[in-house]
Structure formats: C-alpha cells, structure tokens
Design a binder for this molecule. Structure first.
Ligand SMILES: [Zn+2]
Length: 221
C-alpha cells in the first residue's frame, strides 16, 4: 500500500499516524514533478546509496588483483583471488592463524570512469563487488570464454550523486531504491509531545516530541 503522500513531508516535524508495515512503496509517479518532495526524497536516496557504497568498500570483499590485459575504456581482463589473511575470532580460538588464499579466477574488472591506464601485470589489493554481468571474449587461442564482471566497491556509480533528471529517468526505467526514513511515531512520555520542558529541549526526546523509528520505504515509479 502506498504511503500517504503527506507522510514524508511531515517527517521529523509531526507525530505521524502509527504504521506497523515493514516496507512500503512510495510511488513517485503520484508526486507532481515540481513538488519539493522530489528534492527531499532524492537527498535521502543519494545519501543512503552513498553510505551503503562506502560501507561496502570498507567491509567489502577484498581481493588480490593482477591486471592481465586492457580491454577497452577503463575495463581490464584480470586475475583475482581472495588474499591470504588473518582468520576471524572463531578461527583464532580454534588455533587457526591464517586462512588460505582462494583460487585465482579470471574476471573483467571495470574501474571507475577516468581512471588512469594500468599496465599488464600490475597488482593491487582492492574491495570489489560482482556486477552480476558476464563478459564474453575470445582468448589468444581463439576459444570463446565468458567471465564475471567486477567493479571496485564504493567507487561505482553509487557514489555519484544523481540529479533530479537522472533520478526521474531511472525511476521510469524501473529502478527502485530502498531508503530508511526516520519518523516520529509516538508521543514522548516525558514532555507529552511538547518538545520543551521549562523552556529547554526535553531531556528524554531531545526536543523531538516523540520517539523515532526507522520506516523502510521502497521508492518506485
Ligand atoms: Zn520529550
């Protein structure tokens, strides 16, 4: 069920009607194009997408990468494997100091647009993510090969801030985003929603007037 259109516009500022839904659809096609909600929702999408990409880069799937051959643009054929690394706490408790490196696999690695050219044989340790795409090429021996396409985590398009036009275009193309919307759902039991006590922000709700919950919203066209 779509959210009431007024819900996002009043978030943080009013005690909204209580909702127990886990994730709800917010249909942007129902919001007039010049409505200020577009700006607020796009800001949430941009901020949360960038945060997730940055978190993925930090905790990401770090790989040892060796460039094999330039393909085109900023794409390379590369060898990739999980580096040998210290094991987690459980493995350490069992007396394991190192976990073995994974097998080498051949992949296409897409670097961010504008990256400087890398030489064959260049090595690096980077966080990567699987794009879900496949790449077909012809090997030196003339055989066809298909490999997975990876990109550097957190340096992809996810870190670019979408403009409103790009946001609109991608929504219409069927892309959706899931965002968490902080929302006040119940009245503060201390100030009873008044936000201030004796002229100072309420010590319990910090002047919000209620309790925050995070509402999970699917932004769709
Ligand atoms: Zn309060």
């Amino acid at each position: 069920m779509p959210l009431h259109l007024s819900s996002i516009s009043v978030l943080l500022f009013a005690v909204a009607s209580c909702s127990t839904a886990i994730a709800e659809d917010y249909q942007m096609s129902t919001v007039p194009v010049d409505d200020p909600r577009w700006g607020r929702i796009l800001a949430l999408v941009n901020e949360q997408t960038a945060n997730r990409a940055a978190a993925a880069a930090e905790s990401g799937d770090e790989k040892t990468i060796e460039i094999v051959q330039f393909i085109e643009g900023t794409s390379y054929l590369a060898m990739m494997r999980t580096p040998q690394q210290l094991a987690g706490s459980v493995a350490r408790a069992m007396g394991t100091t190192f976990v073995p490196a994974g097998e080498w696999s051949t992949v296409r690695l897409d670097l961010p647009p504008g990256s400087s050219r890398l030489a064959d044989g260049e090595k690096m340790l980077k966080s990567v993510e699987d794009t879900g795409q496949l790449f077909e090429y012809t090997t030196a021996l003339g055989a066809n090969a298909t490999v997975k396409v990876f990109r550097l985590a957190g340096t992809s398009a996810d870190l670019q801030q979408l403009t409103k036009d790009q946001f609109l275009e991608r929504l219409k193309a069927g892309k959706t985003w899931t965002v968490t919307v902080p929302q006040v759902t119940s009245r503060c039991s201390f100030c009873r929603g008044a936000k201030f006590v004796s002229g100072a922000p309420c010590p319990q709700c910090k002047g919000v007037g209620g309790e925050f919950v995070e509402r999970i919203v699917n932004i769709t066209w």
